[in-house]
Design a protein around this ligand. Structure first.
Ligand SMILES: [Mn+2]
Length: 418
């Protein structure tokens, strides 16, 4: 039996009260895996928030948890996601694999396409489809250029894939820009591949199908915590629908699996405050009452400032920042995205999600300004420049590293320019 999770995003919410929530979630999932007597814990991509996690305390905790699972004879199988593999395809998973703490199915890229190599673990044979930059894996899938290398292995075939698929009448790209374009439907993809008994997916942070238990051969468990305000918002929406965050317990059969959800809030409580007041103090008082009602380890408050007049916003923001700091609350203030200016971008989607929104914005800026630059490079540059300093590195180390990496990207960007 397998435990299927994905999108842990360890390292997300840096320097915020939520920064340890993904680590706690991993611990909790490990406990479930042990108590359910699972053979394998599957992490379908985005184990980490970034390819370089510089918080040693977080890394140590991950290593400790994985070592405990290894000691109990439980295997962890993971694939790189779109977040945790670098521009050059390197990932922290490489380090954990070398340390013997996770197993990563091998893939090779060549003229023919993407070839997935079998990895035998316990009763199962795993194939791993990584999330590639620019969702390149989608191209390979749609062109029918994903192959399984067949080692003649016996056992249930499990595909672990980090990609965006249309699913059970749900198109992720309709819903939010952040998932990129879903080129294909789940059935279509499975139809082009050798038969699998279960496709363990990652990338979409929402649980799909949104059912407690089902029989099927493909599913997104959804993220346990997520990585940004959009995910925290979704957690609230899930609860309003009587659902929650979850992991999946999977018993693969022949061509399909029996799947059951373990619903869990992973310690994250969320409240939303819509401002009807114009008096900042009233607003803060209302927020305090909401926070008091949260009895979870992690407290999140989303405040919509639509009704606060622009001249009062700085005061409101200051009051809320203080409140959040005092109460150890993760706070998200929602305002209008941007005032229309000379460069207007068409960024639809309900919520400002930094990751995918950034990607779309950069793409549009490059196009509208007619820049001769790969959007992906510019994004990489922005990521480097915007990186938080880890508490373990000195200011000068940090500056040296950021400048060094930024220079490398700049050199690459302007290579060939005369
Ligand atoms: Mn993710």
């Amino acid at each position: 039996m397998l435990i299927h999770t994905a999108d842990l995003h360890i390292g997300a919410f840096p320097r915020s009260p939520l920064s340890t929530a993904p680590l706690d979630a991993l611990d909790r999932i490990a406990e479930y895996a042990l108590s359910e007597g699972a053979q394998v814990l599957v992490v379908a991509g985005d184990f980490f928030e970034t390819p370089r996690l510089e918080n040693y305390e977080h890394m140590s905790r991950v290593a400790r948890t994985l070592r405990r699972l290894a000691a109990e004879g439980l295997h962890v199988v993971a694939v790189p996601g779109s977040h945790d593999s670098s521009f050059r395809g390197r990932s922290l998973l490489d380090v954990l694999r070398e340390a013997g703490l996770v197993k990563v199915p091998v893939f090779t890229l060549d003229q023919r396409g993407l070839t997935l190599h079998p990895l035998r673990v316990g009763d199962y044979v795993f194939y791993g489809l990584p999330g590639l930059r620019n969702s390149l894996e989608q191209t390979y899938l749609s062109e029918g250029r994903v192959f399984f290398e067949d080692g003649g292995e016996e056992g249930s075939r499990i595909l672990v894939a980090h990609t965006s698929l249309r699913f059970a009448g749900y198109d992720p790209s309709d819903y939010s820009y952040r998932y990129g374009k879903a080129v294909m439907g789940g059935d279509e993809v499975l139809g082009k591949l050798p038969p699998v008994d279960y496709a363990a997916l990652g990338h979409i942070h929402l649980p799909l199908p949104m059912a407690e238990s089902f029989t099927g051969n493909i599913a997104y468990p959804g993220a346990p915590v997520g990585r940004d305000a959009a995910d925290i918002w979704e957690t609230l929406v899930l609860r309003r629908r009587g659902f929650d965050r979850r992991i999946l317990v999977v018993e693969p059969g022949s061509g399909r699996a029996e799947v059951r959800s373990i619903l869990d809030g992973f310690g994250v409580g969320v409240e939303v405050l819509r401002s009807g007041y114009t008096e900042p103090r009233d607003l803060v008082r209302e927020a305090e009452a909401l926070i008091k009602d949260l009895d979870t380890r992690y407290k999140c408050l989303i405040v919509s400032l639509e009704n606060v007049p622009p001249d009062k916003r700085p005061e409101v923001e200051k009051l809320f920042a203080r409140l959040a700091a005092e109460r150890g609350v993760w706070l998200h203030l929602r305002t209008r995205l941007a005032e229309p200016g000379s460069l207007t971008l068409d960024l639809r989607g309900e919520l400002a999600n930094i990751g995918e929104l950034e990607e779309e914005a950069v793409k549009q800026v490059v196009e509208k300004l007619g820049l001769n630059v790969e959007p992906q490079m510019l994004l990489e540059l922005l990521n480097i420049l915007g990186r938080e300093r880890s508490p373990d590195s000195s200011k000068s180390e940090y500056v040296e590293q950021v400048v060094g990496e930024a220079m490398k990207i700049l050199e690459e960007m302007f290579r060939g320019e005369t």
